[in-house]
Design a binder for this molecule. Structure first.
Ligand code: SF4
Ligand code: SF4
Length: 178
């Protein structure tokens, strides 16, 4: 018979020795390996109590930015949704009403804006496509959760709080040619 690779191994029904049959040496061997790792330096951290420093250009949870006056930058143009390869972004546009000029920078705004974090691959194309500097990825990690529905992030989670601005300047000035 022709062999496709030179890695084929002939299977033999070898009879187990007495020590192999009682499994004790194998169990002790396994426990020795476990014991050895007790005294080794750990490469893991106890997340979320301990967090490793993230690169300032890490692509994590998105933020929808406000301008200096606290108005939402997003004009619901839909370019981020169109550019998203995972089809993770959906939105509903609305017209800004009289008296809402302090809330929304443009005449059109996103009444609802949602990102499905389970679909998102954190590629950053939405950020690239946005003409209004409204959406950025940040160095925040999307929290784990139990229900799939919890991963649909709406404006309540995406728009930055007025009193807790999220600094994205490092992403904008980073020299990607380095
Ligand atoms: S980071 Fe990529 S996958 Fe995620 S929402 Fe933006 S464009 Fe879509
Ligand atoms: S985030 Fe930017 S690209 Fe997306 S709808 Fe808003 S303004 Fe348009």
């Amino acid at each position: 018979m022709q062999s496709l690779t030179n890695r084929s191994v002939q299977v033999v029904n070898k009879k187990m020795t007495f020590w192999e049959r009682i499994y004790l040496p194998a169990v002790i061997g396994g426990m020795m390996i476990t014991l050895k790792h007790f005294f080794k330096k750990h490469n893991t951290v106890s997340y979320p109590e301990v967090k490793r420093p993230m690169a300032s250009i890490y692509r994590g949870q998105h933020v929808l930015k406000r301008d200096e006056q606290g108005r939402e930058n997003c004009t619901a143009c839909g370019l981020c949704a169109v550019s998203c390869p995972a089809e993770a972004i959906t939105m509903v546009a609305a017209e800004r009403q009289k008296g809402e000029e302090h809330l929304y920078r443009e005449e059109k705004y996103a009444a609802t804006y949602e990102i499905n974090m389970l679909r998102c691959i954190f590629c950053g194309l939405c950020e690239e496509a946005c003409p209004k500097e409204a959406i950025f990825l940040t160095d925040r990690i999307v929290d784990a959760d139990y229900g799939r529905g919890e991963f649909i992030y709406g404006k309540d989670k995406l728009v930055e709080p007025i009193d807790q601005r999220i600094d994205v300047t490092k992403r904008q000035v980073w020299d990607y040619t380095k």
